[in-house]
Design a protein around this ligand. Structure first.
Ligand code: GLC
Length: 495
């Protein structure tokens, strides 16, 4: 099958969160089953094109509007990246979503919606300048939410699969943007269309029109059908439950392997853990943290409320009091970063806050910390708790979403490799950290927890087969719909 992966992030070039890692590693994993994968990414981030574009280019061309160009770069025989330049993308410095100072682009949702339309119009028109026509379109998260709608509206006959990585980002469009995009009036409606309150939602469009839906863990697939987690989208999620699969993310075995990780000062495995001690030493030295007989704990992630950063900030004084060392790595909105700075600054030598995105530091924390903290209020899947277990660093996590599906509690389960708490409160987090410390202070027990964690299988080998099955279901559904009457079709667009 020739699969077009359409995504706003792709590691290592364009990375804000876990979506970047998944786009890269799932794309590659699919090729191991014999599929051809083209990853289509609107190029954003800096004013230049990334280095990969300088590699030999196979093909290039235009999308239906000449302002949009694409360049294809082969990565392997079966995997290629199509970098797409277009207005509002390649001419901006910052992340796909915000400018260099962290402010969201004012036209953020509209320009991705425009990209979706232009891409599908290109497939509808075809021609020598168009990218190779795929057998299936796989769009990721709200930026690509309108791919399924336009595919149906322009009747291009290519099945679609839409993956929800995070329902908390609906991708909202106001009426003026909606009209500029030429979306049909029937969609400006809650029950049959894509409205949430007074705005159209690109995520809701994906949820309504894709042939098949996936999200990134089985627990999250259930949670988003509840009003607490699914909010205004819960009804539609339940309506489409039969087409929705929760498929756990995998991790990239080449990038994340403590036996060979080039970003680490020493290597180790479950059978030989001396290297992990060296990584801990190096982490403390690099960050000028005072040594301790208590745990060194790490947090890596976006500084946003959903990650429970406020809980963490409130827990810092007590954890420091207990003798812990903490290192927090990530980026967030300016106000959030400032608040965290204030929480951390009284504890020089004990707490370090790094407001940056640094892959080398992320790897060193994974390997050098004793524990990994992940108090997310909700978590569709989460990758860092998988990386941390793989690196023998047991996680302390809130029992929600993908965290429940990937971490078992070492106090409750003989196969446990981490610690879970049920309610997202500071006290529950502190109590859970206390349980983790008890285990940590018992070297024999601790070593078996860490070794068990390192032996867990978080590879793509089983999830990738579930994706393959979901592609099959999407293809069948599209075939059936095409052979049925036109009743099921999405409303025709007004332009
Ligand atoms: C989003 C989710 C995260 C998930 C990632 C990749 O960032 O918040 O839980 O792991 O996407 O699917």
């Amino acid at each position: 099958m020739n699969i077009a992966f359409i995504t706003s992030e792709l590691a290592p070039w364009i990375k804000v969160g876990g979506l970047a890692d998944v786009s890269a590693s799932l794309g590659e994993a699919l090729t191991t089953l014999g599929h051809e994968v083209q990853i289509l990414v609107p190029y954003t981030g800096t004013t230049g094109l990334p280095e990969t574009v300088l590699l030999p280019r196979e093909r290039s061309g235009f999308l239906v509007e000449p302002a949009w160009t694409w360049q294809e770069t082969p990565v392997t025989d079966h995997l290629r990246i199509l970098w797409i330049s277009g207005p509002g993308f390649s001419d901006r410095v910052g992340t796909p979503y915000s400018d260099a100072s962290g402010r969201p682009w004012p036209d953020l949702v509209e320009r991705y919606a425009q990209f979706c339309k232009v891409l599908i119009m290109t497939y509808a028109r075809g021609g020598a300048d168009a990218p190779t026509r795929p057998d299936l379109l796989h769009g990721h998260d709200w930026p690509m939410g309108l791919i399924p709608f336009w595919s149906q509206a322009l009747d291009i006959g290519i099945p679609t699969l839409f993956t929800i990585h995070n329902l908390g980002y609906p991708g909202l469009l106001d009426r003026a943007s909606f009209d500029r995009l030429g979306l049909p009036a029937q969609l400006w409606n809650e029950d049959q269309g894509i409205l949430i309150g007074q705005s159209a939602s690109s995520l809701k469009a994906g949820l309504r029109f894709a042939d098949q839906l996936t999200t990134v863990s089985p627990s999250y697939a259930r949670e988003i059908g509840t009003p607490e987690q699914g909010g205004e989208l819960a009804d539609l999620v339940r309506k489409r439950q039969g087409d929705l699969s929760g498929i756990l993310n995998g991790i990239d075995p080449d990038t994340w392997d403590p036996r060979s990780d080039r970003l680490l000062p020493a290597h180790y495995s479950a059978d030989s853990t001396e290297g992990k001690r060296q990584c801990r030493r190096s982490l403390l030295d690099v960050l000028r943290l005072e040594d301790t007989t208590h745990p060194v704990a790490g947090f890596i992630g976006r500084f946003v409320n959903e990650k429970g950063v406020d809980l963490l900030a409130a827990a810092i004084p007590e954890l420091v009091n207990r003798g812990w060392r903490l290192v927090l790595l990530g980026r967030g909105a300016p106000a959030m970063e400032q608040g965290l700075k204030e929480s951390c600054s009284p504890y020089r030598g004990k707490v370090v806050l790094l407001t940056e995105q640094s892959e080398p530091m992320a790897h060193l924390i994974m390997a050098g910390a004793d524990l990994f903290l992940m108090p997310s209020r909700y978590e569709p899947c989460g990758l860092t708790q998988m990386y941390s277990q793989h690196y023998g660093t047991p996680p302390v996590v809130h029992a929600v979403g993908g965290l429940v599906d990937t971490v078992r509690d070492a106090d409750r389960d003989t196969g446990g490799t981490g610690f879970l708490f049920k309610t997202p409160t500071v006290q529950a987090l502190l109590d859970c950290c206390q349980r983790a410390e008890q285990a940590f202070q018992d070297p024999g027990r601790w070593s078996s927890i860490c070794k068990r964690a390192m032996k867990l299988d978080f590879s793509w080998s089983s999830p990738v087969r579930e994706y393959e099955q979901a592609y099959g279901r999407a293809t069948d559904r599209r075939r059936k719909r095409t052979s049925c009457s036109t009743h099921n079709r999405a409303p025709k667009s007004s332009s």
